[in-house]
Write a protein that binds this ligand. Structure first.
Ligand code: DAH
Length: 336
């Protein structure tokens, strides 16, 4: 043991004379002073010594450790650690980069969508996430037995109060409060009583849109949607409108764009159709105007709604919606 301690002291001294970088300093510390370092290893061996040898061995080892710690401190000063003097600072080293946080991809997407519509003169309005059956369904012309009212899709707080299943009820709220002309988008969280899978979540975000004035036509709707899609997904995009059904719009449509992955060839993502649906839209149903106190003889309007997560997934090629809610930094950091 005596020889080992002696030999290690010599090795440490020799090694110390070669320490001239922070890397070498770190490796010096790891080799000798760390919990699994060489000094600790000798301490470990003490348990095999005869009883009478233990006291002096402990003393010697403690001394070696203190010496090595002092040596380390002086090396640290030379290499330009915290206690180093100004002369030892290497001004040619690249600066340290700071890691600032950034917005989550879902928030970024909402901001991007808002920015495009704000440029077209839309204002931004929000409404409550806990809604009455009236705003969520009835005012939007859902027949009493409509399947979307089914327990399957809706989280009920009481029989008359629900977690809103879409942002469309904010349309009614806006129309109750504002006289046309109205141009508003309504972003926010929505809830569906659904099993969480790669494609659907029980809580997600939508952006609703509404435009009401005296002469709004389907051409205005199309022009606005195409402008939005080109701004968001790219100028070269191809699109189509498909007839659809929503209780609160007549006529109704869904807008598709060519698939981001296969550019229309047909693949797994677009289920071989070459197209991806990006939003639902239509002309505001006269019954919705009536529930909100707007004269359907005098005014016309269009509405649209899109899922924010879906929008982000389409643009960035994300194939599992759950990735957007797990806050895995390896995912979040990709959307800086
Ligand atoms: N509220 C619909 C949904 O959640 C989306 C939607 C479709 C909104 C058409 C609209 C619209 O305003 O006109 O699926």
């Amino acid at each position: 043991m005596k020889e080992q301690i002696h030999a290690l002291r010599q090795v440490i001294k020799d090694d110390a004379s070669n320490v001239d970088t922070t890397e070498a300093l770190e490796s010096f510390r790891n080799t000798y002073l760390a919990r699994k370092g060489k000094i600790a290893a000798l301490f470990e061996q003490m348990k095999d010594l005869p009883k009478e040898d233990k006291p002096w061995a402990g003393k010697e080892l403690n001394a070696l450790r203190t010496e090595t710690e002092d040596l380390y401190a002086s090396l640290e000063a030379n290499v330009g650690g915290e206690s180093g003097d100004a002369n030892s600072i290497d001004y040619t080293l690249p600066g340290r980069s700071y890691h600032f946080g950034h917005r989550h991809i879902v928030s970024q997407t909402i901001e991007d969508i808002k920015a495009i519509f704000k440029n077209m003169g839309f204002s931004v309005v929000t409404g409550p996430e806990i809604e009455t059956d009236y705003y969520n369904f009835e005012s939007l012309n859902f027949p009493p037995d409509h399947p979307a009212r089914d327990m399957q899709d809706t989280f009920f707080v009481t029989p008359d109060i629900v977690l809103r299943t879409h942002t469309s009820p904010v349309q009614t709220r806006v129309m109750e409060q504002q006289e046309p002309p109205i141009r508003a988008i309504m972003p926010g969280k929505v809830y569906r009583n659904e099993v969480v899978t790669a494609r659907s979540h029980m809580q997600f975000h939508q952006v609703e849109g509404l435009c009401v004035d005296t002469d709004i036509t389907f051409a205005d709707l199309k022009g606005t949607m195409v402008h939005f899609a080109k701004q968001y997904y790219g100028e070269s995009l191809k699109y189509r409108f498909r007839a659809s059904y929503f209780p609160f719009t007549e006529p109704s449509a869904e807008m598709d764009i060519t698939c981001y992955l296969c550019a229309g060839e047909g693949c797994r993502v677009c289920k071989n159709s070459g197209w991806l649906e990006i939003l639902g839209c239509g002309m505001v149903d006269p019954n919705v105007f009536k529930s909100s106190g707007i004269d359907p003889e005098r005014y016309t309007g269009y509405a649209f709604g899109m899922g924010v997560e879906r929008t982000a997934m389409l643009r960035h090629g994300i194939t599992d919606i759950r990735l957007l809610f797990e806050n895995d930094l390896r995912v979040n950091k990709q959307f800086y």
